[in-house]
Ligand binder design. Structure first.
Ligand code: UDP
Length: 238
């Protein structure tokens, strides 16, 4: 087997990645497929931290226009990420993959509290560690939570999963002239307001020199091939 380029990664999935085409918030087949991809990485000896968004269920900011207080909306959004994390935990366990969910909000009967040292221990023992409830604070996103956790656990690479090949100058599904960027810097992503992640997340990665790959997670085996050294998606570096 080829050499693996990273020992520990943080994979960020948006909540929408779990949605069914018919609009159901969690499609068990899709969750199972993604779980398979993650298990393959673990079987190759890669330690995997996972952050899953909550946008398939609820985004706090979108509820403000419906009269909901932003902080309450964001707390609901963070709880939505816990629901997704539990779905993924179940799917991984079904495959026989050891896994733990750790949350930034205390929900002790359901999952463990996030404690960095314990998270690192889980990873060292080969358990997929799912970081739920974002940062635990309103007004942040799970992209920022993913960057934060990746840095905290000393991940060598963060992978931001998308439905397209990587970073483009515009949405390639809407603009046929959109240009694909195989490699760019964090400053370019920030200055050109490329739709990669929110600015807080990008700055956090830049300041801590964390490389990020933006790539299509729905291409079977793609993450594994990336780990074997193939140049897939877009690489963002400082
Ligand atoms: N959220 C939050 N603080 C965090 C992370 C998430 O308040 O640290 C809330 C926020 O309302 C957000 C929602 O949880 O809209 C779901 O997360 P996100 O929008 O990042 O999910 P994704 O777009 O990745 O599915």
């Amino acid at each position: 087997m080829s050499r693996i380029i990273c020992q520990r990664i943080l994979l960020k999935l948006s909540g929408e990645a779990l949605m069914s085409e018919q609009g159901g918030s969690i499609d068990p087949d899709i969750v199972q497929r993604l779980a398979h991809e993650v298990k393959d990485l673990c079987d190759a000896g890669i330690q995997v931290g996972l952050v899953i968004g909550g946008g398939n269920i609820l985004r706090g900011a979108e509820k403000v226009s419906a009269g909901l207080n932003r902080v309450t909306g964001d707390q609901m959004g963070m709880l939505a990420t816990v629901i997704n994390a539990l779905a993924m935990q179940d799917a991984l366990e079904y495959l026989g993959q050891p896994v733990r969910v750790m949350t930034a909000l205390k929900i002790n009967q359901v999952c463990e509290d996030y404690i960095r040292r314990r998270a690192v221990r889980h990873l060292e023992k080969g358990r997929v560690t799912i970081f739920a409830a974002g940062t635990g604070n309103p007004f942040f996103t799970t992209d920022t939570a993913a960057s934060l956790r990746a840095i905290e656990i000393d991940a060598e690479l963060m992978i931001k999963a998308t439905k397209v090949k990587g970073v483009y100058s515009a949405d390639p599904n809407k603009d046929p002239d959109a240009v694909f960027y195989p490699r760019l810097t964090y400053d370019e992503a920030i200055d050109q307001r490329l739709n990669v992640m929110d600015a807080t997340a990008l700055v956090l990665c830049r300041e801590n020199n964390l490389p990020m790959r933006v790539m299509n997670i729905f291409e079977p085996g793609a993450v594994m091939r990336l780990m074997q050294g193939e140049d897939i998606g877009s690489l963002i570096v400082r």
